[in-house]
Design a protein around this ligand. Sequence first.
Ligand code: B16
Ligand code: MG
Length: 213
Amino acid sequence: MNKRYQAVIFDLDGVIVSTDHYHFLAWSKLAEQEGIEFNEQINHRLRGVSRMESLEIILEKAKKSYTQDEKRKLAERKNEVYRSLLGQLNENDMLPGVPETLSALRERGYQIAIGSSSKNTPVILERIGLSGYFDAVADGNGIVHSKPDPEVFLLAASQLGVPSAACLVVEDAEAGVIAAKRGGMAVAAIGEARSCKEANYSLETIADLLQYV
Ligand code: B16
Ligand code: MG
């Protein structure tokens, strides 16, 4: 088979499942408790970036400064709220077209992987019934630098044993598009990331991916 790509690496939040709203609710609660301004525009900047980096962005509006220890506790508090919201997740929360697209890729002989900044990736995959489904899972637990650094995607490619040039990444965040390009991979953008000039393909729905592989 003469194919341009051997593997497809999926971002998780915003591509496979819509956990972005839960992140928003959890950060909103923390910001309100701390008396820090927080809105959709600030939330937009948190997509694809790590928990601690997200906190730093939120604290730009804080009226006091926080020690490292206090910041760690704030991040923990946000994560507790987020984890309790994840308790509501189930298979029906997969974004439209996801199960069909994943099985079509498998039938066509592609390897499939997750490349997510989230340290909650294992619990999310379990809740939506995709635990053990992917050939590789690279997430926030296995990396030092989060998107836009390419580390998570390079880790996924190395777990798969596939060169970067043969990987296609699917992303919904600008930070993720930049990360994939820096890693030498092609990118299919969905959702908000469709406005990124750097993306190779623009997907209205995830099933559109099947046109490009
Ligand atoms: P956690 P992705 C990212 O997931 C989210 O988009 C981002 O908003 C979040 O801060 C990050 O995971 C870390 O999540 O707090 O669960 O470790 O889009 O890379 O799948
Ligand atoms: Mg995402």
